[in-house]
Design a protein around this ligand. Structure first.
Ligand code: FAD
Length: 459
C-alpha cells in the first residue's frame, strides 16, 4: 500500500490531539507541533478553565478515536444546574427529564494528557513541544516555529497543514495577513471577563457542596459558576463586567472590596472559598469573545479547525464539544473525498460552518439566560414544564438545551432553529395564560407544538 500523505498539525490542545489521533488511525503520517511544554511533564498555568463540561457531541468524537471509555473514567456527571440565591437557598434545575441525559465535568489537562498518551502509542505520529508557530507558507504547507528552548527557528512541512492552535491562532493570523484571497474575520468581545477561583476539598477529601451539579449563582449582570473535580474540589468561575458597574473588574482592586462583593452577592460561596482574595489577585482575568472567519482553508493545502476556526463564549459548554465534533465531520468528509484535499476542505467547511455559527450564537444567548433568566419565575415555570414534558412524554419533546447537548444526530443549526421557536412558543403561551392548570400535559404539549410550528412557519 502506498504511504499516505504527511499532515502537519499545529497545536496539540484538545482538538489537535484528537485530530492527530484519528488521522493517524486512518494511516496518515502526522507531525504534531505544540507551543507549550508537554503538560505530562510540566505543570501548566492555573486560571485557564481547569475543568470543562463534556457532553454527547464531544463523547462522539472521543468514541470515534476509541478513547471514550478511558475519558469517562475522568468524568463527574452533572445532572442539572444547582441555583444559589442571595440568601444561600438552593434548588436543582435538571438538564433533562429523561434518564441518562446529563453533562460531565472533566479535567482539561487530564483529557489532553489522555489524548497525548493515546497518540504516543501510534508509530506514525511525531510530536514536538515548545515550538511556537510563527510564519506559515500557506501555499506549501510549511511553517517556521520558534523553539522556546534554544531560541532558534525550525521549519516543518507536510503535504497539508491543519491549524488547531486555538482562539489566538497564528495560522489564522497568517491567513488574515496573506492578502492573496479574501479572508473574512470577525471578533466580538463580551463586556464581561472571567476569573477562576477554587473551592478546595473538605478535610476528609470530600466535596463541600453537592457534587453532581453545575452550580450557578446568577445575579443579573454577573454570575458565579462551579464545576466539580475528581479530587473533591470545585473550579469556580466568576463572570463579571470589566467596567461600568458597581462591582466590576476595574474596581474590585482591594481584598476588602472583593470580600464585600462576595459577602453581598455570593455569601454561601464565600464560606467555601478560603483563599478568595489571594486567588482573585493571583489568577488572570480572561476575555470572552466570539471569532468567526471564512474561508477556513486555502490552496488545498491549509485548513483551520477547532477554536482557531470558530472560538465561542463558554456559556453553552460546547466549545470543546464542537471542536471534537469538527473531527467527526472532517472524518466523514474524508471518507467520501479522500485523495482530493481541496475538495475535502471545501466540503468540510460547507458542511460545518453553518453549525459552528449556530453554536456561537446560541452560546451568547445562553450567557444572558444563565446570568439573568435562570433566576426569573417565568423562566423557572418554563423549565418546569419542559422537564415534565421530557419526563412524561420523553419521545415527544426535546428542549433547546436537550437538542443542543444530548442529540448529536441533530446539527447545531437545526437545534437552534427548533429550540428558539419552542422557547418563544412556551414563553408566549405562559405569558398569555393559555397553558391552563386544568389541561392535561398532552394538551399542553399539543398547544406548544402548534405554536412552535406557527413560529417556524412565519420565520
Ligand atoms: P485549545 O484547547 O486552546 O488548544 C490550542 C492549542 O494550540 C494549545 O495547546 C496551545 O498551546 C497551542 N498553540 C497556540 N498557539 C500556538 C502556536 N503559535 N504554535 C503552536 N501551538 C500553539 N468547552 C466545552 O465544551 N465545555 C466547557 O465547559 C467549556 N468551558 C470553557 C470555559 C472557559 C472559561 C473557556 C475560556 C473555554 C471553555 N470551553 C469549553 C471552550 C474550550 O476550552 C475550547 O473550545 C477548546 O479548548 C478548543 O480546543 P482547541 O484545541 O481548538 O483549542
Amino acid at each position: 500500500m502506498a504511504q499516505k500523505d504527511n499532515i502537519l498539525i499545529i497545536g496539540a490542545g484538545l482538538c489537535g490531539s484528537l485530530l492527530a489521533l484519528r488521522l493517524a488511525q486512518r494511516g496518515y503520517q502526522i507531525t504534531l507541533v505544540e507551543k507549550r511544554p508537554d503538560l505530562r511533564k510540566v505543570t501548566q498555568d492555573a486560571g485557564r478553565s481547569i475543568n470543562l463540561a463534556l457532553s454527547d457531541r464531544g463523547l462522539k468524537g472521543l468514541r470515534l478515536a476509541g478513547v471514550e471509555e478511558e475519558a469517562k473514567k475522568l468524568c463527574i456527571p452533572m445532572n442539572g444546574r444547582m441555583i444559589h440565591d442571595k440568601e444561600g437557598n438552593t434548588f436543582l434545575s435538571p438538564y433533562s427529564g429523561r434518564e441518562g441525559e446529563y453533562i460531565n465535568s472533566i479535567s482539561r489537562p487530564g483529557l489532553n494528557m489522555l489524548l497525548l498518551d493515546a497518540i504516543d502509542k501510534m508509530p506514525n505520529v511525531t510530536t514536538y513541544f515548545n515550538l511556537g508557530c510563527e510564519e506559515v507558507d500557506l501555499e506549501n504547507a510549511s511553517t517556521s516555529f520558534k523553539n522556546y528552548e534554544t531560541g532558534k527557528t525550525e521549519t516543518y512541512s507536510g503535504d497539508i497543514l491543519i491549524g488547531t492552535d486555538g482562539a489566538g491562532s497564528a495560522v489564522r493570523r497568517n491567513m488574515f495577513e496573506h492578502k492573496k484571497f479574501l479572508f473574512s474575520f470577525s471578533q466580538q468581545w463580551l463586556t464581561h471577563g472571567y476569573k477562576e477561583l477554587e473551592i478546595p476539598a473538605g478535610e476528609d477529601g470530600g466535596f463541600k457542596t453537592y457534587k453532581n451539579a453545575l452550580h450557578i449563582w446568577p445575579r443579573g449582570e454577573d454570575m458565579l459558576i462551579a464545576l466539580p473535580n475528581l479530587d473533591g474540589s470545585f473550579t469556580v468561575t466568576l463572570f463579571l463586567p470589566y467596567a461600568n458597574s458597581d462591582y466590576c473588574f476595574d474596581n474590585l482592586i482591594t481584598a476588602e472590596k472583593v470580600e464585600e462583593y462576595f459577602k453581598k452577592e455570593f455569601p454561601d460561596a464565600l464560606e467555601l472559598i478560603p483563599n478568595l482574595a489571594e486567588e482573585y489577585f493571583n489568577n488572570p482575568t480572561g476575555p470572552l469573545g466570539t471569532i468567526k472567519c471564512s474561508p477556513w482553508h486555502c490552496y488545498g493545502k491549509s485548513l483551520l479547525m477547532g477554536d482557531a476556526a470558530h472560538a465561542i463564549v463558554p456559556f453553552y459548554g460546547q466549545g470543546m464539544n464542537a471542536s471534537f465534533e469538527d473531527v467527526v465531520v472532517f472524518d466523514e468528509v474524508l471518507e467520501k473525498f479522500e485523495g482530493n484535499w481541496e475538495q475535502v476542505f471545501s466540503e468540510y467547511e460547507k458542511a460545518r460552518k453553518i453549525d459552528t455559527d449556530a453554536i456561537a450564537d446560541l452560546a451568547v444567548d445562553n450567557f444572558h439566560e444563565m446570568k439573568e433568566h435562570t433566576a426569573s419565575p417565568l423562566f423557572q415555570q418554563k423549565r418546569k414544564l419542559e422537564i415534565a414534558f421530557e419526563t412524561q412524554l420523553p419521545k415527544e419533546y426535546f428542549s433547546k438545551y436537550s437538542l443542543v447537548t444530548f442529540n448529536e444526530a441533530i446539527p447545531y443549526s437545526l437545534a437552534m432553529k427548533r429550540g428558539r421557536a419552542q422557547d418563544k412558543a412556551i414563553l408566549n403561551l405562559l405569558d398569555d395564560g393559555k397553558l391552563k392548570d386544568d389541561m392535561s400535559l398532552e394538551e399542553k404539549l399539543q398547544l406548544v407544538i402548534k405554536e412552535t410550528n406557527d413560529i417556524l412557519h412565519d420565520d
